[in-house]
Design a protein around this ligand. Structure first.
Ligand SMILES: [Zn+2]
Length: 396
């Protein structure tokens, strides 16, 4: 005999247990291990969902549930908008052999009316899904990671040799905000290595030249050009709410200022430097920055070199040669570390110095240790405000 819809619902209610929305909220807050399955359509899910819920629309339940929830004895709670589809989904799950299925009633509409917490799914546009498709295919990035990158802010100190490749690839990867600090104008002698710039833009401020290229490469990226020299006066303002600092300068005053600001403000610094045929790279994540990243703290620059050398002993950097390709390698390694920090993936180069010898084509790794008596990140610091060192050269 054919059964009516009401009969069906009545029989389903015998197969699964109902729980209240209050009970579901309590379980979420207590972090009890439940798999919450949202069986509404994708469009409904995009408008918000109960925290932690996985989306398996009812129309695809039979096809997709075993991928999402392989354990047939898992504790499952289904919900929909008003409390009908969730029961039908529970019946399907019971029929498929799931033994521990409950239904949260009346569903999402009431949950939202009560002002209970709601999570929003990553919201990429069609164009973004297309642009970042190779990222979306990586489970380590995916839509959630790409959304994170788009919301991230990276500050590049210098739009020169290191800042050029780093800026290009960070923009291509969809890092949503790129700040560029550089006071220089493009010079013909830069073009041998500073690939953000071009012959047609010689004489143009580097931040403007860079902005032109980066905006054209990826309109998702907001480029903030900062035509200033970093000083003790402006460093707090410029560092602002950036997540990661990519240091591409090679002058001591800026390097020490960037370091001290990163310690005071809790910003990780991806540090790179180049000389002739050799490059170096590390990530400085002292206490406060490491805490934000959820990683173990490493040394800062002053742990290694407490004070800059006196000006007359500093290398004469304006005259130093550099292989044009070298900053490309180091800048891209810096970009890689920056993206890893933003995504919270992999092992960051904290407490490790990577050296690159392009003539021998050799990479080496050295351990870097925190100095227990570091003047800025140690337990009893003697440097508690910024110092402007003077009299050093600057190259990019
Ligand atoms: Zn230190």
């Amino acid at each position: 005999m054919a059964i009516t819809y009401n009969d069906l619902i009545a029989s389903v209610r015998k197969q699964a247990k109902e729980i209240s929305l209050d009970e579901l909220k309590r379980r979420i807050e207590a972090k009890e291990g439940y798999t919450i399955v949202d069986v509404r359509e994708k469009e409904e899910y995009r408008g918000g969902f109960i925290p932690g819920a996985v989306s398996v629309p009812r129309g695809y339940l039979e096809q997709n549930i075993e991928n999402r929830v392989p354990d047939k004895n898992a504790k499952i709670v289904t919900y929909c908008a008003g409390g009908t589809r969730s029961w039908l989904a529970a019946k399907t799950l019971s029929d498929m052999g799931y033994t521990n299925v409950e239904v949260a009633n009346p569903g999402f509409t009431r949950w939202k009316d009560r002002g209970y917490p709601i999570d929003m799914p990553p919201q990429l546009t069609e164009a973004q899904r297309d642009r970042y498709s190779r990222h979306l295919l990586l489970p380590e990035v995916g839509e959630a990671g790409q959304t994170k990158l788009l919301k991230s802010k990276v500050l590049l100190i210098g739009a020169g040799g290191l800042g050029s490749p780093a800026g290009l690839y960070l923009a291509a990867a969809g890092v949503g905000t790129l700040g560029l600090v550089d006071l220089d104008v493009v010079d013909a002698s830069n073009l041998q290595r500073q690939v953000l710039h071009a012959t047609s833009r010689v004489g143009m401020p580097k931040v403007e030249s860079a902005e032109k290229v980066l905006k054209d490469l990826n309109p998702d990226v907001k480029v903030i050009g900062i035509k200033e020299r970093l000083t003790s006066e402006n460093v707090d303002r410029i560092f602002g709410d950036y997540d990661v600092i990519v240091d591409g300068t090679d002058n001591f005053p800026t390097r020490y200022l960037v370091n001290d600001a990163s310690v005071f403000l809790g910003k990780p610094v991806v540090h790179g430097s180049i000389f002739r045929f050799d490059g170096q790279l590390t990530v400085f994540a002292p206490e406060k920055a490491a805490k934000k990243l959820g990683i173990a703290p490493g040394p800062c620059y002053r742990c290694l070199y407490p004070e800059p050398p006196p000006p007359h002993l500093a290398p004469s950097c304006t005259e130093a040669g550099v292989l044009g390709i070298l900053p490309g390698v180091v800048g891209l390694l810096q970009a890689t570390e920056a993206v890893k920090l933003l995504l919270g993936r992999g092992d960051p180069l904290v407490g490790r110095l990577l050296t690159y010898d392009s003539l021998k084509m050799k990479f080496r790794e050295l351990k870097l240790r925190r100095a227990p008596d570091c003047p800025v990140c140690g337990p009893s610091p003697t440097i508690t405000k910024y110092i402007d060192y003077e009299g050093f050269c600057a190259i990019g």
